[in-house]
Design a protein around this ligand. Structure first.
Ligand code: SF4
Ligand code: SF4
Length: 380
């Protein structure tokens, strides 16, 4: 069966997709770029990105869906307008990346992709839908499908919408009567705003992101210790980071009109108070974030991140909840809470560290505490 591109476009728009394109199911044009990124180990602890079976699927999409012929790529805007922008930069609040201000986008997009496939008469064995989770180089295929260009910040940027949109794909065994023309390679020109604005210098060069230095990677993917030299550069980001997108001049075209599901219910998913995050227990975490992308990192990582931001905030208001966290069951929370207390109390924190070292049996945590103690010596 050959599917009409016009039919796909019509149904996709009815389902609320803002962008749509169609490509033959050939390997990504940026495969060599990706392989070089893997070779340089820029993926950090996201070892699944370098797994040979996943690399093989990126090379050959028929390993994902036998007899695959085409890919439909869609985009959906997600950034609503926030009336009071000042809350985003308030150091007493923990800032959350805008893609997580609302309901988890995976089920929202997947449901609509399945509906799209069904409206097009494609039974499930003849297609596979993905939102962010498949072994697919989404942004590269998005470029190939004409949805935008890949910027120096590695994001897919549409010249009339910016980059605040989600991507989704349908792989199908059907042909499409017209395929899209790839977008121009890059429209960054001489601009380097994103590279200069990154708080952690995570771009070794344009179009290459070293995840090991990225705030987004550390606050979301890193399950353990955050390198101490990076912590003070996190500012107030507790989940993700939008800096290299916010500064991009193409964002002036962002349509702040996403679907209802992508409007935040309240500030707890935009910029919650740090002291509230430090006091989160499992039950409250579940209640507040069970339907948000934040739920994936669990309470432990969110509170660990909040400790880092509390240290950057430097306010005495954080001292009591941080001291309470020194008894938390998580070694990572205890260690990052002590680091934050060191940032606020300076030399006074050494007494706390020495007491903790006297009681501590965890070797990793002992090493972390000793490191924090050493960092505080200049204040003695
Ligand atoms: Fe840098 Fe933030 Fe962009 Fe990561 S998300 S590369 S930390 S600006
Ligand atoms: Fe390109 Fe400038 Fe946007 Fe970076 S900020 S992606 S260099 S246009």
């Amino acid at each position: 069966m050959v599917i009409s591109a016009d039919d796909i476009r019509t149904h996709a728009q009815e389902l609320g997709f803002n962008l749509v394109g169609f490509i033959p199911a050939t390997p990504s044009a940026h495969l060599s770029h990706y392989l070089a990124w893997v070779e340089a180990q820029h993926y950090g602890e996201m070892g699944y990105l370098a797994r040979s079976d996943r690399v093989a699927r990126r090379r050959d999409l028929s390993l994902i869906l036998p007899d695959v012929r085409s890919m439909i790529v869609v985009g959906m805007d997600y950034r609503p307008y926030i009336e009071d922008q000042s809350i985003l930069n308030d150091p007493a609040r923990g800032r959350i990346a805008s893609y997580a201000w609302h309901l988890d986008y995976h089920p929202v997009l997947l449901t609509r992709l399945h509906t799209l496939a069904s409206k097009l008469g494609m039974p499930s064995p003849s297609n596979k839908c993905y939102v962010d989770t498949g072994a697919i180089l989404e942004r590269s295929h998005g470029w190939q499908a004409g949805l935008g260009f890949i910027g120096k910040n590695t994001m897919l940027i549409h010249p009339r919408r910016g980059s605040y949109f989600f991507l989704g794909e349908i792989l199908t065994t059907h042909e499409i009567d017209t395929y899209s023309v790839p977008h121009a390679e890059s429209q960054c020109g001489r601009c380097t705003r994103c590279l200069q604005a990154c708080p952690t210098d995570a771009f070794p060069k344009p179009y290459v992101l070293d995840a090991r230095k990225c705030i987004s990677y550390h606050t979301i993917e890193n399950k353990g210790w955050v390198e101490s030299s990076l912590r003070s550069r996190f500012g107030n980001w507790v989940y993700g980071c939008d800096v290299c997108q916010d500064v991009c001049p193409w964002q002036r075209f962002t349509p702040h009109t996403p679907p209802e599901e992508f409007h935040p219910a309240n500030f707890t998913t935009v910029a919650p108070w740090i002291v509230d995050l430090l006091r989160l227990d499992d039950a409250t975490f579940h209640q507040l974030y069970h339907s948000s992308p934040i739920f994936r990192i669990k309470r432990e990582r969110l509170v660990r991140n909040a400790c880092i931001v509390a240290g950057n905030w430097g306010s005495e208001e954080a001292i009591a909840p941080l001291k309470h966290l020194l008894n938390d069951p998580s070694r990572y929370i205890r260690g990052h809470a002590m680091w934050a207390l060191g940032q606020i109390l300076k030399a006074e924190a050494i007494t706390l560290i020495d007491k903790a070292l006297g009681d501590e049996k965890d070797h990793e945590l002992i090493s972390e505490l000793c490191h924090t103690r050493t960092m505080l010596q200049p204040y003695c």
